[in-house]
Design a protein around this ligand. Structure first.
Ligand code: SF4
Length: 235
């Protein structure tokens, strides 16, 4: 299982190294999104834990970190990266070792846990997933652990947006199941007021969830006035 891989072409940093602090196959996550590129199997996990030792992650990064073509490091996992209790310590060690940008892609489910928002300051960029404006759509699209509430996700995003000193961005994944709610999702984005919104059209998921080109274009139109970009990543 690769814990460090890349370079990936990241829309927020250019060429970046990806770090997976979960390192599980099948995945270990507190969501089971219908479009998940890791498939539908895996462990639904709520408790945070250390999955991979800090030193092993840093050892796998090796000299990749120091290459000029590496503009940054993106934490994204085989599960929600913030489930890894050592993620902040590893991010701090990376920043001490090299002057690179460090970003986190998160499903926002753990933002209201004690101490998490304070620790986010170690990152330069947060990319927060937002796929639903209502609990019904949240259940349909993200299929979270039963204890996770949509209202807490939104509250966590708003608090993080207010207190995080770096660049706060939102990623919306466009699927058939949230298409009717796109106006409300765009409105939520306006309220949270991120620095940027990425609209993600998943290509690896079951075709029954995917939008046609025309539907995707119509969804983009809902975000009129918001700074948007496609979140397509090349690995
Ligand atoms: S949050 Fe990410 S890793 Fe977890 S199920 Fe959704 S897409 Fe997959």
């Amino acid at each position: 299982m690769k814990i460090v891989y890349g370079p990936i072409s990241s829309p927020c940093m250019g060429k970046a190294i990806a770090v997976d602090p979960i390192g599980r196959h099948p995945k270990a996550c507190n969501f089971n999104c219908i479009y998940c590129r890791l498939g539908q199997n895996g462990m639904v996990l709520l408790e945070r834990a250390t999955f991979i030792d800090d030193d092993l992650i840093l050892e796998q990064m090796g000299e990749c970190l120091y290459r000029d073509e590496c503009c940054g490091v993106m934490f994204k996992g085989t599960g929600e990266p913030l489930l890894a209790t050592n993620i902040f310590a590893v991010a701090r060690k990376i920043k001490e070792a090299a002057p690179k940008k460090v970003a986190l892609l998160t499903n926002c489910s753990l933002l209201l846990e004690p101490g998490i928002i304070e620790e986010l300051g170690v990152f330069d960029i947060i990319i927060a997933k937002l796929d639903a404006a209502s609990d019904d759509t949240f259940q349909q699209v993200n299929r979270p652990h039963p204890s996770i509430r949509h209202s807490d996700i939104i509250q966590g995003m708003k608090e993080a947006r207010d207190r995080f000193p770096g660049s706060f961005r939102i990623q919306v994944t466009l699927v058939r199941e949230n298409l009717d709610e796109m106006d409300d999702i765009a409105q939520l984005c306006r309220e949270i007021c991120p620095d940027h919104v990425y609209l993600n059209n998943p290509e690896l998921c079951d075709p029954s969830h995917q939008l046609s080109k025309r539907e995707a274009e119509a969804a983009w139109d809902k975000f009129f006035g918001i700074r948007c970009a496609s979140s397509k990543e090349k690995e």
